[in-house]
Design a protein around this ligand. Structure first.
Ligand code: ADP
Ligand code: MG
Length: 251
């Protein structure tokens, strides 16, 4: 006589862990719905595949390293009117990734650049792509460190494994000449091969300020804006709006 426990152990031995832990529920479901053998076989395999997909997404979300969880659904397009919901939704068919195009969100502080970059990044993970989030500062620091250890190429190759790199806050601080050069090597490797989402508080015309040197700034800007969707965000800071709202009396 075969017991449920024995079957569960066999599933477990084959690493069908979700099937193993949900067997009773699935059997009850099959009986309640009078499933045929084929339908039950399909139910079991679909259940296992579904759970594996969920786990994969959770793991990739963890690996992406988003500093906070931001949803597109929470973004108020009535407040931020320099970009439309339609423009953002259109990006979610992910042809920009398949075409190796970049997204650039430019604008002053607090207008939602990071929010949109993270929210799109999260949707991208859910769509099955590999994403890595980094502030420009941390990214450049890690490239410089790799360069010092003679491992720049290895580091760049590791970064190029992601389908999408989200680089936040480019241009908050000027970079030194050496960092600009290592950054250029990354941009050059990713060019027409992988996609970037960049957020920046400076317009391209001022990029030479933080890239220190026009001779490197120009080719970097060239590669980034060639095949890219540029969104110039404006308006009042949302942070300011929240502060003002908090100070207002309730009546
Ligand atoms: P930026 O990167 O442009 O400086 P953030 O994206 O960090 O700005 O936005 C600042 C804060 O305000 C975040 O908590 C973000 O979630 C929120 N925020 C900004 N714009 C909006 C918006 N239009 N709707 C909802 N929340 C917003
Ligand atoms: Mg930001």
């Amino acid at each position: 006589m075969t017991s449920i426990e024995q079957v569960k152990q066999k599933y477990h031995a084959l690493s069908f862990n979700s099937l193993s832990s949900s067997l009773e529920t699935l059997l009850t479901q099959a009986e309640a719905n009078e499933l045929s053998h084929l339908q039950f076989a399909d139910l079991m395999v679909s259940h296992e595949l579904g759970r594996r997909e969920e786990n994969r997404v959770q793991l990739n979300l963890k690996r992406a390293g988003f500093p906070v969880h931001k949803q597109l659904e929470e973004f108020d397009f009535m407040y931020q009117t320099t970009i439309t919901k339609k423009q953002v939704i259109r990006l979610l068919d992910f042809t920009f990734l398949d075409n190796r195009e970049n997204l650039v969100f430019m604008g002053p502080p607090g207008v939602g650049k990071t929010h949109l970059a993270i929210a799109i990044g999260i949707k991208t993970v859910h769509a099955g792509y590999k994403v890595l989030f980094s502030t420009a500062l941390n990214l450049i620091e890690s490239l410089d460190l790799a360069e010092m250890k003679g491992q720049l190429k290895k580091k760049i190759n590791a970064l190029a494994k992601y389908d999408l790199l989200v680089v936040d806050e480019l241009g908050f601080l000027p970079m030194n000449k050496k960092s600009v050069y290592t950054f250029f090597q990354l941009i050059n490797t990713l060019y027409e091969y992988r996609s970037l989402i960049l957020t920046t508080n400076k317009d391209f015309t001022n990029w030479s300020e933080f890239f220190f040197d026009d001779t490197v700034a120009v080719p970097i800007v060239d590669r980034v804006i060639h095949h890219s969707h540029i969104f110039r965000l404006g308006g009042e800071s949302y942070r300011l709006k929240e502060k003002i709202a908090a100070r207002q009396p309730l009546i």
